[in-house]
Design a protein around this ligand. Sequence first.
Ligand code: G3P
Ligand code: MG
Length: 251
Amino acid sequence: MTHPAIQVPALIAHRGYSAAAPENTLAAVRAAHQAGATWVELDVQLLADGTPVIWHDADVARCSNGRGALASISWAKAQTLDVGSWFGDRFAGEKMPSLEAMLALLNELEMGVNMEIKVNKGRDPIALVDRALPEMLDSLPPERLIISSFNASALTHCRQFASKERLALGVLFGSVPKTWRAQCEAIDAYSVHPDWPRLKRAQAAAMQQDGYQILCYTANDPSAFHSRWAWGIAGVITDEPAAFKRFLASH
Ligand code: G3P
Ligand code: MG
């Protein structure tokens, strides 16, 4: 055995079903499940008191009724925020999810997760991995977990917790650098996660040749993405899982 026996999903709902519900919330994951997605992509970070939470930005202004850096907010304070109303009235009162609560929901729904270790500017990748990764390894079977990051230190540290048989790691790229292969080999990567419009066909061919699963982000228009499937793409990370599902069913 090499990597975990993951059934690579063609569709991964980005931050949950983020076109239909406030991103990175329990509601967004439930919406993804209802839309037929079996996997979600989520972002994990630490609050000021070290609590791992599901959150994308460095601060809370865009996706809550509060203000301030995530790194300065305690769990008690975070739970006073409304993280749903900004998206729509029917999500009023939605709370910022702890990693613990999110893992419980993912297990209840038997969903897989591509958890992005989100290292925003000035944050410590090691502390984040130390707090969040053991919780994920304890809660989820290897077949339902892919950890990804843009941050090489975070990925290297993740690998020290678990071998490639136990933990699938993915490398996130904007433009794919010349060093992509060395970066993947250094951590025994399972997958590569390129920004789809910047991925070149020859790069995709080389990645596939080397045995990496290619999971492209963030593709939201199924017809614009359509020609890329022939490049050997394993899956898309999308805000629009229902639209992709419908399109794929009819093509
Ligand atoms: O994991 C794919 C994608 O989520 C990476 O970018 O900024 O949406 O977290 P971002
Ligand atoms: Mg992300």
